[in-house]
Design a protein around this ligand. Structure first.
Ligand code: PDD
Length: 293
């Protein structure tokens, strides 16, 4: 899917072909920056407040000054969709780095942040949300501050690639057997009607969809237990599902080659998907349930 022409930068809107940074750019050289991926349905943002709040939390944690106020960021993001005349399901990628400066690990003086945001079509992944995906388990070798949505994604990339080489959608990451999250999503285990997931501590990303899953559970009177489960618990799980802005709520039906429970998508997962569709105001024609036989 190609990127729409109008791209937001810290200098205002430009054509995507005019986006040009020197090679001494801190995002390129150090991964010294942060980002967000925001979901758009039929030209409307979903969970934009949550994403913008997290963007500012990430920036503060790594001492990057965002060159706009929150209100300006909201306005610019809205303008990004309008300028590109977005009416479809899409995603916005927004990246902010510490800026362009001669290469030196320490922060450069008198350098302001670089920013760009672009929009790209992203149709919903109906098939995987309906039928579920396979995953593998992988050691979580990332740093301690995964709550920061940093550009340093090499461990995530390596884990996802290993999964992909084994024909799997995701890598479930664990520290000494304790499951943290996935390479690009949060993960939940359902056992006896309760949903278990790693607490929102510093070593996982506090997913925007995860926040909604917690809320959906409350609404459905399903206990949401912020308690890490272990790789060995997966064999006794009733259900497993993951969440992210791009994968929504996706069932995980196979892990390390073995089916989760009976290998079918479970009821709690379906409830979460149903709540998600309502929350994101996805109309019936675009529903996974409407397409079920
Ligand atoms: N990733 N955990 C990790 C490590 C992630 O990279 C993501 C999202 C999530 C889910 O967060 P949210 O619900 O806010 O999308 C959890 C995005 C989609 C990405 O990097 O492309």
């Amino acid at each position: 899917m190609s990127v729409y022409d109008n791209v937001l930068t810290h200098k205002g809107f430009i054509h995507k072909d005019d986006l040009n940074y020197p090679f001494e750019e801190r995002g390129l050289q150090f991964g010294d920056g942060i980002y967000e991926v925001i979901r758009v349905y039929k030209g409307q943002y979903y969970l934009i407040n949550e994403h913008v709040e997290r963007l500012y939390r990430s920036a503060e944690a790594v001492k990057i000054e965002i060159p706009f106020t929150k209100k300006e960021v909201f306005n610019y993001l809205e303008e990004l969709l309008l300028k590109n005349n977005i009416k479809t399901d899409a995603k916005v990628y927004l990246q902010i780095t510490r800026g362009s400066a001669p290469r030196d690990h320490a922060f450069p003086l008198n350098t302001s942040a670089n920013l760009y945001a672009y929009v790209q079509d992203l149709p919903r992944k109906m098939e995987i949300m309906r039928d579920g995906v396979a995953a593998i388990t992988q050691p979580d070798v990332r740093w301690d501050w995964c709550y920061i949505k940093s550009l340093n994604l090499l461990p995530n990339v390596m884990a996802k690639q290993t999964a992909s080489e084994q024909g799997c959608f995701e890598a479930i990451l664990h520290k000494d057997g304790e499951v943290t999250e996935c390479s690009s999503s949060n993960i939940y285990l359902v056992k006896e009607g309760k949903v278990y997931t790693h607490p929102a501590k510093k070593n996982i990303l506090h997913g925007c969809v995860r926040m909604r899953v917690e809320h959906f559970c409350k609404e459905k009177n399903i206990p949401f237990v912020e308690e890490a489960f272990h790789v060995e618990d997966i064999q006794y799980a009733d259900e497993l599902f993951l969440s992210s802005s791009t994968a929504e709520v996706t069932p995980v039906v196979k892990v390390d080659g073995k089916p989760v429970s009976n290998g079918m998508v479970g009821k709690v997962t379906r409830k979460m998907q149903e709540k998600y569709e309502k929350d994101a105001e996805i109309n019936e024609a675009a529903s996974i349930f409407a397409k079920e036989v």
